[in-house]
Design a protein around this ligand. Structure first.
Ligand code: NDP
Length: 287
């Protein structure tokens, strides 16, 4: 049985000169009442990067856990994301101020447009992106980026805006490599953040993955997370199970051979592997 180690999490450089820990902890679908506990457990294990969003309803509890940890604020990387209801510039400004208030922090490390919502707001995500640039200019968002942007959305930002997003956070796991979006980002200095990195568990029983895991004496989740790391993706698996929180962090003292990376790449199902909404049609504005 492999024993947990404390190998440090690598950091990656962003196109704005900042850095981001390549592994973080995601808090989507964690109830607000359970969030502080889960985030505390993650910080205890050594995670220094938390991925939340206005729509998750748990920013306040993330902030509480970070303060309760006794860590310096500067030592924890916090990401949040704009509410789908607040894309108009005036709404985005109010919503962003509410994020800082909920987190109890003067800044976020990274703020993202959560979804492009190209069928809403008259198709205008450009003014939203320009508004996020204000938050970076005044230092309240150290880095800014997007989430769920397709290639055509990124091309539109490139054509109409001054600033390139630091990251694009997209659904990406062995059943959905999301190759075109990832490749566009790599070619243009946009880091890929892989959401649902283990497809909410759906890839963990795959025989290709379990065979590699058995051979290496690792868990399927560790193999899949390691595959992301070796591809250069930024990941933040979610778990409220203490043993899994530890397991998912313990992926920096082994390496997959190229043939294993290739075998996992071969599991791509293209669009059939997508588990979440398609960004081109996603139009949910909660509340
Ligand atoms: P994940 O791929 O991280 O999977 C989470 C699920 O897998 C949970 O059910 C968890 O169960 C289980 N799990 C976690 N670790 C293990 C393990 N080691 N072994 C077996 N099962 C495990 O899914 P998420 O959708 O939560 O994605 C991660 C993060 O990505 C989110 O929390 C959020 O931060 C971000 N995200 C962003 C989106 C966007 O639109 N930008 C959309 C979706 C996610 P349990 O908790 O019971 O242990």
């Amino acid at each position: 049985m492999h024993h947990a180690t404390t190998t440090p999490v690598p950091t990656l450089a962003l196109n704005d000169g900042r850095t981001i820990p390549q592994l973080g902890f995601g808090v989507f679908q964690i109830d607000p009442q359970d969030t502080a506990h889960a985030v505390s457990a993650a910080l205890e294990v050594g995670y220094r990067h938390i991925d939340t969003a206005q729509m998750y309803g748990n920013e306040r509890e993330v902030g509480e856990a970070v303060r309760a940890s006794g860590l310096d604020r500067a030592d924890v990387f916090i990401t949040s994301k704009l509410h789908n209801r607040c894309h108009r510039p005036a709404d985005a400004r109010r919503a962003f101020a509410a994020t800082l208030d909920a987190l109890g922090s003067e800044y976020v490390d990274l703020f993202l447009i959560h979804w492009p919502l190209p069928t809403l707001y008259d198709g205008d995500f450009v003014s939203t992106w320009n508004t996020l640039q204000e938050f970076q200019a005044d230092g309240r968002a150290q880095s800014i980026g997007v989430s769920n942007f397709q290639v055509d959305h990124l091309q539109r930002l490139a054509a109409e805006c001054d600033l390139t997003p630091a990251v694009n956070q997209i659904e990406l796991h062995p059943y959905l490599l999301n190759h075109d979006v990832d490749a566009y980002g790599q070619a243009h200095g946009i880091r890929t953040q892989a959401w649902s990195p283990i497809a909410q568990g759906h890839v963990l029983g795959d025989p290709v993955i379990t065979a590699i895991a058995d051979r290496l004496g690792r868990s399927p989740a560790q193999v899949v997370l390691r595959w992301h790391i070796q591809h250069g993706n930024i990941v933040f698996p979610k778990s409220t199970t203490p043993a899994r929180i530890i397991e998912n962090h313990d992926i920096f003292d082994f390496e997959l051979e190229p043939h294993d990376v290739n075998a996992i790449d071969g599991l791509d199902r293209g669009e059939a592997g997508r588990t979440g909404p398609h960004p081109a049609t996603m139009a949910v504005v909660p509340g």
